[in-house]
Design a protein around this ligand. Sequence first.
Ligand SMILES: C[S@@+](CC[C@H](N)C(=O)[O-])C[C@H]1O[C@@H](n2cnc3c(N)ncnc32)[C@H](O)[C@@H]1O
Length: 177
Amino acid sequence: MQNKLTKTEHYSPAEDTIFFANYIEREKGNNALDIGTGSGYLANVLVPNFNLVVATDISYNSIKIAHLVIDNCVCCNAADALCIDFDLVICNMPYLPSDEIVDATVDGLHEGLEVPMRIIKAAKDVLKKNGKMIFLTSSLANYNKLLELTESLGFQTKIVATKKMFFEELILVEAIK
Ligand SMILES: C[S@@+](CC[C@H](N)C(=O)[O-])C[C@H]1O[C@@H](n2cnc3c(N)ncnc32)[C@H](O)[C@@H]1O
């Protein structure tokens, strides 16, 4: 029987990345964290407006590529290796519903909720009081439940932007701790 290995390939900036990037251009603060940084594109958008930008990814391949543009890169699950309190945490989530994680760049497990919720819980632990998380999900995931679960952690959530694509709607959420 063939072994199914989790792919840890690099996610090249796509339309969702650019949609997210346009929104976060206006964010300012002392420090920010980009979870699941991929190429480092979103983290790099934050650099001019923050004193410290940290980028994490579960994929070592991604971290090697992100490190070409971002100084502070950490290969870890979500924010598990960090003990800094951030003003802002962003994440372009792996949100596709899946039974298992075959491609870590997109697979979000049950209803596209499980991996995002792990990331949101980790983000909560490294956010300052009143800190902000901005994350991207989609109509392909059970996003209403994702918002409910995020609120149940104590966040106040708001959908701040949407973008209709051919087969899905991208949904950008702000969650205040
Ligand atoms: C949809 S891609 C987004 C990449 C990049 N931020 C962008 O917008 O182009 C999701 C990224 O999250 C990473 N990822 C998936 N699960 C993760 C986890 N548990 N912890 C950290 N990163 C994770 C993937 O390796 C991938 O780079």
